[in-house]
Write a protein that binds this ligand. Structure first.
Ligand code: GDP
Ligand code: IMO
Ligand code: MG
Length: 421
């Protein structure tokens, strides 16, 4: 029996998951997204073209692979349609490649309004969500009032929708939130019809059957471990389980069916939205990382906050996820730095710790180790042996500290700019 390999972000998202899923897909027959929704923006570049995927798995460009939107995902029909139609317009026909789990939850137009209303009500303590209705959709799932993709097949679908909408509108009124969803709602109903063109399946059976038949499966995570609703920097997190266990609950795969766990991290660190970020740089080095790394949100265009690599947080994520192989992204962004820093511990109230604490805001000081920069362009390098010594020192220090091998190194956004060891 085959196992499901999982690929997930180890930081606060945007590590480069889309690129690496695309690179690894030729070795797999099925690619499945297991959580999150259109808050994700996964970027892929190849043959001079750039694509940003939101809900559709990043295995879609490698031809003939089965791609599944799993049951742990929340799906907005309007955004899904936009995404699928844009792909079709660029010559990528999804019809035979993509199926959707019956158990995936639907994001309704009023979920988006609730997201905005809750954020407005929080004022200065707002989370800085992507505004896509993710939190409210997962809230309905957990409070057992959600609508699922499988409900589209029910004859009383519109009644179920009307009840959910009425419930949401009562909350919106109580928050005094002004809105007009008439146009969005009409597009949503059209998009729901569009969605019905795709196979709506019992994805847990499809996936377990594929395993039993010896087909290989790659599970694609969204967001990152530090945004996990249980283990991230709560409450500044997303509303799903982004950790490896989320692949089990989000696909219906038993824990003993998980194989390799690929953990992706940037050679530095970014975060978009509010919340603590111990190694954040507020100076010109942070601005330089943002400029060189083009650190602007793929979904919202927001500036990403930038800082040095945080090994305390990375080791915590590796522990929670059971990472077996590391993938280091955006190494080229550090090409011109004289000195590169890595946080190896935190100092809290005069005490040093290498554990990720319950509260990571206020009074916490990262302890840094400095590395000499490599001062050369990594983008043209294709073999690990050819990397400069300073870069290898950096990589091997991370391996030594984490106890996990760095198997893939990304040196540019293009599919081809990838060094596999
Ligand atoms: P994801 O959400 O984890 O899929 O990551 P995003 O697509 O949101 O953000 C990663 C960004 O970095 C995208 O713009 C990628 O094109 C880009 N990228 C990925 N790998 C590399 C790399 O090795 N070097 C550089 N310079 N850019 C990269
Ligand atoms: P990918 O898959 C980076 C952040 C938001 C906000 C918090 C909660 O591209 O890595 P939400 O809309 O989920 O309720 O927002 O989580 N966030 C992301 N940050 N990458 C993402 O996805 C993110 N998805 C959500 O900025 O701080
Ligand atoms: Mg992203």
């Amino acid at each position: 029996m085959k196992k499901v390999d999982v690929i997930l972000g180890l930081q606060w998202g945007d590590e480069g998951k889309g690129k690496v899923v695309d690179v690894l897909t030729p070795s797999y027959e099925v690619v499945a997204r297991f959580q999150g929704g259109p808050n994700a923006g996964h970027t892929l570049e190849f043959n001079g073209e750039k694509y940003i995927l939101r809900s559709i798995p990043s295995g879609i460009f490698q031809g003939g692979k089965q791609n599944i939107i799993g049951s742990g995902v929340v799906l907005d029909a309007v955004l899904f349609r936009e995404e699928a139609e844009a792909l079709a317009a660029s010559g990528h026909d999804l019809a035979r490649q993509l199926s959707i789990s019956k158990k995936a939850h639907l994001i309704l137009p009023t979920h988006r309004m609730l997201d905005a209303a809750y954020e407005a009500a929080k004022g200065s303590s707002k989370i800085g969500t992507t505004g896509k209705g993710i939190g409210p959709a997962y809230t309905d799932k957990v409070s057992r009032t959600g609508m699922r993709v499988g409900d589209l097949l029910r004859p009383d679908f519109r009644d179920v929708y009307a009840r959910a909408k009425a419930r949401h509108e009562a909350i919106l009124r109580s928050l005094g939130f002004e809105y007009d969803i008439a146009e969005l709602e009409s597009r949503w109903f059209d998009a729901v019809e569009y969605l019905r063109r795709f196979p709506i399946i019992d994805s847990e059976y499809a996936i377990n059957r594929a395993l039993a038949e010896g087909r290989s499966i790659l599970a694609e995570g969204a967001q990152g471990t530090l945004l996990d609703v249980d283990f991230g920097s709560y409450p500044f997190v997303t509303s799903s389980n982004t950790v490896c266990a989320g692949a089990c609950t989000g696909l219906g795969v038993a824990p003993n069916r998980i194989g390799e766990v690929y953990g992706i991290f940037k050679a530095y660190c970014t975060r978009v939205g509010s919340g603590p970020f111990p190694t954040e740089l507020f100076d010109e080095t942070g601005a330089r990382l943002r400029d060189l790394g083009h650190e602007y949100g793929a979904v919202t265009g927001r500036e990403r906050r930038c800082g040095w690599l945080d090994l305390v947080a990375l080791k915590y994520a590796i522990m929670i996820d059971g990472v077996t192989q590391l993938i280091m992204m955006k190494s080229d962004v550090l090409n011109d730095f004289d000195t590169i820093k890595v946080a190896t511990a935190y100092e809290i109230g005069g005490e040093r710790t290498d554990e990720f604490p319950y509260a990571i805001d206020g009074g916490l000081k990262p302890v840094y180790r400095e590395f000499e920069g490599w001062k050369c362009d990594l983008r043209r390098i294709a073999r690990y042996e050819d990397f400069p010594a300073e870069f290898k020192t950096y990589v091997e220090f991370i391996e030594h500290e984490t106890g996990v091998p760095v198997k893939i190194i990304s040196v540019g956004p293009d599919r081809s700019e990838t060094v596999v060891r």
